[in-house]
Write a new protein. Sequence first.
Length: 226
Amino acid sequence: MRIEYTLDELHAAVTQRWWMQLFAAFTRCLIAVGFIPPSIPKILHKPFTVLPDSNPVGHYFNALLGTGFYYEFIGWSQLIAAILLLIPRTSHFGALLFFPIIVNIAILTNAVGFAGTWLITIFMSLAGVFLVAWEYDRLKPIVFYTRKDRTRRFRMQLALVPLVFSLGGILCGIFAWSIRLGNLPNYFRTTLVLIVLGAAFGLAVAVHYWLMPVGALADPAKTARE
């Protein structure tokens, strides 16, 4: 694929420059260190700000504090992302974990008008984009590499799989009727809806199975020659 080789050459040209290598190392360490302090209060389940509920920022973080272990989960996620970034061997995992977290924080700080912080989080998001792009060679199999084989196809699979899930819809309707689930006004109509939804879901499953590559990764050079 021409776009793959173009990106390969561009990535090699950028990453071979010593000053870009130094900048990448600096960026990794900077944003990792920047993630550790805000993670600690969350892990310890301490308030992140002292702002009152009358302030949108304070209202959000006070409500977030009340979510219990979810608040701590956010802190652990930030700390793990920072640690992964600081270890060269796992920096690509750190970049992948850091990026969605910081984008979410950037959107949040802009939405609630977190003075000053919104600009910092935007720059940190751009740094996240840079670090993910820096790890292109280690992440490219997600996009470009494929597998050698396909799933085992069988006759009428695009009809049989939806049919099986439609039967599952009938069974679910009978089960709902038998226990009077939700006190629905019309269980027959509900069963018809479940049949249609089951068929649609089954068709999606069948298509995914039909197109799913399996087996060992294909050799990109050999694929290009073919």
